[in-house]
Ligand binder design. Structure first.
Ligand code: TYM
Length: 329
């Protein structure tokens, strides 16, 4: 695995994984795993910032690990593990906490959005500190590339800032990571509200397609997806709904939006949605089947995660120790 560029990315096991995290992240992880040295992480400590039910969290962790494997991540080619199994993540987080600034974290839009719901005063310190733990995740492996969706751009920028600040203050230690954000699929919007991001925290399940949704549920959700006024199947800023559906179609079939616009010229929304539903079902059904199979054998899953944690620690430990030494510990 030497001389290959390192890749790190993670997904929170909070709620169910959906088409947004598949197109924005998982699909691209699978696409690049061959030529890189990869670390793919179930970031269960991040999920604690919003989870209050241990049983649900435990299930979500296993389900997400099963999904990692079901989409095609291969433990022979990628290190697949849980964040909480590698205590170096929280240790480095503390070191970075001591150089991160309150002002920087206060400007994080994801924190502002989430804190707004219950009031910033009542938001947990974990939620505030969330992006520093994310920076620790990435820097701990000296990752070069971080494949994520568009919504993580600001967090990635903070990781870069902290890497540079650390290197500048204490001497060259960390690689400054680059985000890898593809054009299609980087921002999948909710089916019931195309100006909001598709997310697991949406109140209505009609807004997202879960990777474990049954085929009929997928068909129903796409049939009911809101559309724009007019009848043309074209992408434009004043047609956010059809633009989103075209983006999903394009990302799933590796075609361009203009090819699809051409193909559906003169055709109606009904026909387009029916075809799109079949494209989604065809892509997600094997993932669902494989994930359910893996979930039937949790011992195998747990063994893969444990092996992943051992391999991750071998890389993480010396990098943490070097940062500690540089700081005078
Ligand atoms: P999370 O768990 O919210 O989302 C996981 C990944 O899926 C992408 N994503 C989307 N992409 C396109 N359209 C959407 N609607 C959509 N929703 C989610 C996200 O951009 C992300 O890539 N903070 C991270 C987890 C994390 C992490 C890390 C990521 C923790 N440490 C280190 C990279 C590196 C998060 O909450 O992702």
């Amino acid at each position: 695995m030497q001389n290959k560029q390192r890749v790190f990315s993670g997904i929170q096991p909070s709620g169910t994984s959906h088409l947004g995290s598949y197109l924005g992240a998982l699909k691209n992880w699978v696409a690049i795993q061959e030529g890189h040295e990869n670390y793919f992480c179930v970031v269960d400590l991040h999920a604690l910032t919003e989870s209050r039910d241990p049983k649900v969290l435990r299930n979500n962790i296993r389900e997400l690990a099963a999904i990692f494997l079901a989409v095609g991540l291969d433990p022979e080619k990628s290190v697949i593990f849980r964040q909480s199994h590698v205590p170096e993540h929280t240790e480095l987080c503390w070191l970075l906490n001591c150089i991160a600034r309150v002002g920087e974290l206060s400007r994080m839009t994801q924190f502002k959005d989430k804190a707004q719901k219950g009031g910033a005063e009542a938001a947990s310190v974990g939620l505030f500190d969330y992006p520093v733990l994310q920076a620790a995740d990435i820097l701990l492996y000296n990752a070069h590339l971080v494949p994520v969706g568009e919504d993580q751009r600001q967090h990635l920028e903070l990781s870069r800032t902290l890497a540079r600040r650390f290197n500048h203050t204490f001497g060259e230690t960390f690689v400054v990571p680059e985000p890898l954000i593809l054009e299609t699929g980087a921002r999948v919007m909710a089916l019931d509200e195309p100006t909001a991001k598709m997310s697991k925290s949406r109140p209505t399940p009609g807004g997202y397609i879960a990777l474990l949704d049954e085929p009929d549920a997928i068909r129903r959700k796409i049939r009911r997806a809101v559309t724009d006024s007019g009848t043309d199947i074209t992408a434009s800023p004043d047609k956010p709904a059809i633009t989103n559906l075209l983006g999903i179609y394009a990302a799933l079939t590796d075609r361009t939006i203009s090819e699809l616009e051409e193909e559906y010229r003169g055709k109606g929304y009904g026909e387009f949605k029916k075809d799109l539903a079949e494209v989604v079902v065809e892509k997600l059904s094997p993932i669902r089947d494989r994930a359910l199979e893996l979930l039937d054998n949790p011992r195998e899953l747990d063994a893969i995660l444990e092996d992943g944690a051992t391999r991750a620690r071998e890389v993480a430990r010396p990098i943490l120790q070097s940062a500690q030494a540089k700081m005078g510990l």
